[in-house]
Write a protein that binds this ligand. Structure first.
Ligand SMILES: [Zn+2]
Length: 451
């Protein structure tokens, strides 16, 4: 999901440096995964919350590497979801009888070294600093830093002059880049893209929020927590390895529970990918975004598998959401189940804590369906509140509703505001009221109340 930045409540460095022979790591990971799978075979006796928590724990485990585009993270998550679909005996909808729809996209990745030391102090990747997701490789040892306060630049001409003064192999600390971007109406990524080759440190007062880039820039740009930097930095040691992958192969995972009316579908979707790893040490678990929504979708698959409905229920777990809603865009351009046969689609993205209920994007576009959702909740008091929102291109429902498929996007309201950072961990998802959301969706999608 695409959200505005919010402030983190605390910082805990997440540093995992395990140097063991690669094949041994793989073996341990496979064993860990098998243990996790085995421990969940008793899933039939689990409540909504227990099932969702179990699957969040698996999707955020180290074996999944943050479900991104390094170390086969997203691929591991896809294999896990397919395994669940097989477990529940869901039916394939693809021509080849598999549960996957493959496609590819370009992506910039950081599979290797990711270290930044300032005046001899090593900073924690993820917790103390992020790299601009489009950055290129860079390394230097004890290189002197030139500092430039961007608050002193007040015109475009002044900025052009500063840009032409930057030397390729140098390291610069650009103070007040965030306020400079506001003044000149630049997104931080646009600002980073304007910088020539070299290494740049941008001290940040606000929360660090990472992303995935589909392209590369010339520079290597670090966003560093201001309070993690010494005053008047003198030198840095940098070691960053980036790898641009022009064709990252990825896949959507899909299957259905056939209904008595087989050719009409009600779809439940959630993206399973996240940001992966920033170097070999910082993992982005993406518990809330979107292990939680994926786990909700898996729970609903298990429920509807044993409670088939009038209409067929289609489940699609998308990849490529984080680089830009790519999996859902690919599906809409190459539908497996024709779009005209999808009666309604409910996308779930961010479902870790519904203390303050849920918000429904597209509520104003489909008022009858929104009224139905509210009516069910009013009668059963499943969750405290359902908020209405208009159209927004902020998750995988978007390309469907633009193509004429009536769609909602539900996200939960609550939690500590960890978003696109290393702190969005399984133990932070309280799952408050999430069982209520599951019951609400079952009533909304199933029974006699189909949207
Ligand atoms: Zn996201």
């Amino acid at each position: 999901m695409i959200l505005p930045n919010s402030n983190p409540k605390s910082f805990n460095p997440l540093i995992r440096r395990i140097k063991v022979h690669a094949s041994l790591i793989r073996r341990i990971k496979v064993q860990t995964l098998l243990l996790l799978f085995a421990s969940t075979l008793v899933a039939s006796a689990q409540t909504e919350k227990e099932s969702i928590q179990t699957n969040i724990n698996i999707l955020t485990s180290e074996a999944m590497h943050g479900r991104g585009y390094v170390m086969h993270g997203a691929e591991q998550a896809s294999i896990f979801i397919q395994r669940r679909f097989r477990e529940y005996k869901l039916k394939a909808v693809t021509a080849d009888g598999s549960f996957i729809q493959g496609y590819s996209f370009p992506v910039n990745t950081f599979p290797g070294k990711m270290s930044l030391s300032v005046d001899g102090k090593e900073l924690a990747p993820g917790a103390d600093f992020l790299i601009d997701a489009a950055s290129t490789s860079y390394s230097c040892t004890d290189k002197p830093v030139k500092t430039l306060d961007l608050a002193t630049i007040t015109s475009k001409g002044g900025w052009r002059k500063a840009l032409s003064s930057f030397k390729e192999q140098n390291v610069y600390c650009l103070e007040n880049a965030d306020s400079f971007c506001k003044v000149f109406s630049l997104r931080p990524t646009e600002f980073a893209a304007s910088l020539p080759r070299g290494c740049y440190i941008l001290p940040q007062k606000s929360k660090l929020t990472w992303d995935v880039a589909q392209d590369t820039i010339e520079a290597t740009v670090f966003y560093v927590r201001k309070d993690a930097l010494p005053a008047g930095i003198k030198s840095v040691t940098v070691n960053v390895e980036s790898l641009f992958v022009p064709k990252e192969r990825s896949e959507n995972v899909l299957a259905c529970v056939p209904g008595t009316v087989k050719d009409t579908f009600i779809a439940i979707t959630a993206h399973y990918d996240h940001l992966g790893m920033m170097g070999d040490a910082a993992m982005f678990p993406g518990a809330s975004d979107n292990a939680s929504g994926t786990a909700m979708m898996i729970y609903l698959a298990s429920y509807f598998a044993s409670h088939p409905q009038k209409y067929s229920i289609l489940f699609i777990a998308f990849s490529g959401e984080e680089p830009g809603l790519l999996g859902s865009a690919f599906y809409v351009a190459h539908p497996v189940v024709p779009l005209a046969q999808i009666k309604f689609l409910t996308n779930i993205d961010i479902m870790g804590d519904a203390t303050d209920g849920v918000t429904v994007v597209n509520a104003t576009e489909y008022p009858a369906q929104f009224e139905l959702l509210k009516k069910i909740n009013d009668a059963n008091h499943y969750i405290p509140v359902i908020k209405s929102r208009g159209k927004a291109a902020n998750s995988d429902h978007y390309h469907f509703s633009e193509a004429g498929v009536p769609s909602f996007f539900l996200y939960s309201n609550g939690g500590k505001g960890f978003y696109h950072d290393v702190f969005d961990k399984g133990e932070e998802t309280t799952l408050a009221n999430v069982d209520g959301v599951a019951k609400l969706l079952i009533d909304f999608i199933g029974g006699n109340t189909n949207p």
